[in-house]
Design a protein around this ligand. Structure first.
Ligand code: CP
Length: 349
C-alpha cells in the first residue's frame, strides 16, 4: 500500500495525476487476476445515494464485503433527513439537517463516505434540481461541503460534473482489452435519448481515454459540446502522454479505424433547464445518432463500450450490444475491482 493515496478525497479525477490513476488501475487488474489482495477488516463505508444506481451501489457494497468490511447505504430524504449545504440559510423549509453537522457526525463513525448526488437534467420526470444553471450545478456544492467538514475520505459516486469511478473502470477496461491503449483511437459518441442526461459520465469517460494517452475523438451533433473546462483538461492531459483530443460532428470519419467506441447520451448545455425546447430541437437526430452494426463496421474491429444502463435500439442496437465486440459487462465488472483498489489505497493500512 502506498502512502500517496491514504486519507485523500476522491471527488474528481482531475485532482489526481494520470499516473496515479493508472497505478490504481494496475492494482485493480492485479486484484482481478488474483495476484494482489486487499484487507479492510472492520472498516465501514457509508453510501449516500440521492439518485438511483445498480452498478455503483452493488460494486461499492460488494467491494467492502470482499475486503472484509461493511457498507451502509442510505437514501437521503427517504430513510434520512433532508440536508442543506449552503451557509447562512434559514432552515425553515424542507431540510432538517445541515452538512456542517451531518458530515462530522457520520465520519466520526465510519472510515469513508461515498456520495451520489447528480441533479438530473431531464424531461418527463420531476426535476430534482434547485437551479437550472449548469455553471452553478457543476460546483457540486453538497459533496464539496461534505468533504470540507469530513474527518474521512469522501468518494464521488457521480455528481453533476464528474463520475470518477466510471473513469477508473473505463481506464481498466481499455487496458484490459487493448493492451497498451496509448496512441490508439478512442471515440466517445453522443447518442439520441428521450431524456436530457447529465454530462458527468461523458466527462469522465473522455478523461479516462485521455489519461491513457489515447487519440480521443469526441463525436456529437452541433450544440452538444461538453463542458469546455473538461475538454480543455482532457486535451492537456492527453497531449502530455502523446495523445490528443479532437471534436467532430462527422459520424463516418469518427468511427473509421477506431479501436474503442464508447457511446453515451448527454443533455445539451445550450438548452440546460429548457428541456421542452431541446426535445423539439433534437427530434431529427434520432435516426442518425444510434450506434449500429454499420457504424461499428467502420472501426478497426473496435470494442463497444457503454457505462450502462443502455436503452436497447434507442442508444445502441441489439446487434451491437449482443455482439462479441461489446465489452459492457466486463466494463461494469471493472467497477468492482477498481473501487476495491481505490478503497484499499485510500483507507487501508
Ligand atoms: N454506470 C453507472 O454508474 O451505473 P449505475 O448508475 O447503475 O450505478
Amino acid at each position: 500500500m502506498s502512502l500517496q493515496y491514504r486519507g485523500r478525497h476522491f471527488l474528481n479525477s482531475l485532482d489526481f495525476a494520470p499516473a496515479e490513476l493508472r497505478t490504481l488501475v494496475e492494482v485493480a487488474l492485479r486484484m482481478k487476476r488474483g495476484a494482489e489482495r486487499g484487507h479492510l477488516p472492520g472498516r465501514i463505508l457509508a453510501l449516500l445515494f440521492f439518485n438511483a444506481s445498480v452498478r455503483t451501489r452493488v460494486s461499492c457494497e460488494t467491494a467492502m464485503a470482499r475486503l472484509g468490511g461493511n457498507a451502509i447505504a442510505l437514501t437521503p430524504g427517504r430513510d434520512t433527513w433532508n440536508f442543506e449545504d449552503q451557509d447562512g440559510v434559514v432552515m425553515d423549509q424542507n431540510a432538517q439537517e445541515h452538512v456542517r453537522e451531518l458530515s462530522p457526525v457520520v465520519t466520526s463513525m465510519v472510515d469513508a463516505v461515498g456520495i451520489r448526488k447528480c441533479d438530473l437534467i431531464t424531461v418527463g420526470d420531476a426535476k430534482t434540481s434547485v437551479t437550472d444553471s449548469y455553471a452553478e450545478l457543476k460546483k457540486d456544492s453538497f459533496i464539496h461541503a461534505f468533504a470540507r467538514f469530513s474527518k474521512k475520505p469522501v468518494l464521488n459516486l457521480e455528481s453533476n460534473a464528474a463520475h470518477p469511478l466510471q473513469h477508473l473502470a473505463d481506464m481498466a477496461t481499455l487496458v484490459e482489452k487493448l493492451g497498451e491503449p496509448r496512441g490508439k483511437k478512442y471515440v466517445l459518441s453522443w447518442a439520441w435519448h428521450p431524456k436530457s442526461l447529465p454530462v458527468a459520465t461523458p466527462h469522465s469517460q473522455m478523461l479516462a481515454a485521455a489519461d491513457l494517452g489515447m487519440d480521443v475523438t469526441i463525436l456529437h451533433p452541433p450544440g452538444y459540446d461538453l463542458d469546455a473546462d473538461y475538454v480543455g483538461a482532457a486535451t492537456q492531459r492527453a497531449r502530455q502522454l502523446g495523445g490528443n483530443v479532437t471534436v467532430t460532428h462527422d459520424v463516418e470519419a469518427a468511427y473509421k479505424d477506431a479501436k474503442a467506441v464508447c457511446v453515451k447520451s448527454w443533455g445539451s448545455l445550450q438548452y440546460y433547464g429548457r428541456f421542452d425546447e431541446e426535445v423539439a430541437a433534437k427530434k431529427a437526430l434520432r435516426s442518425t445518432w444510434i450506434c449500429d452494426e454499420s457504424k461499428m463496421a467502420r472501426t478497426a474491429d473496435g470494442i463497444f463500450m457503454h457505462c450502462l444502463p443502455a436503452r436497447r435500439n434507442v442508444v445502441v442496437t441489439d446487434g451491437v450490444l449482443d455482439s462479441k465486440r461489446s465489452v459492457v459487462v466486463d466494463q461494469a465488472e471493472n467497477r468492482l475491482w477498481t473501487v476495491m483498489a481505490l478503497l484499499k489505497e485510500l483507507i487501508g493500512g
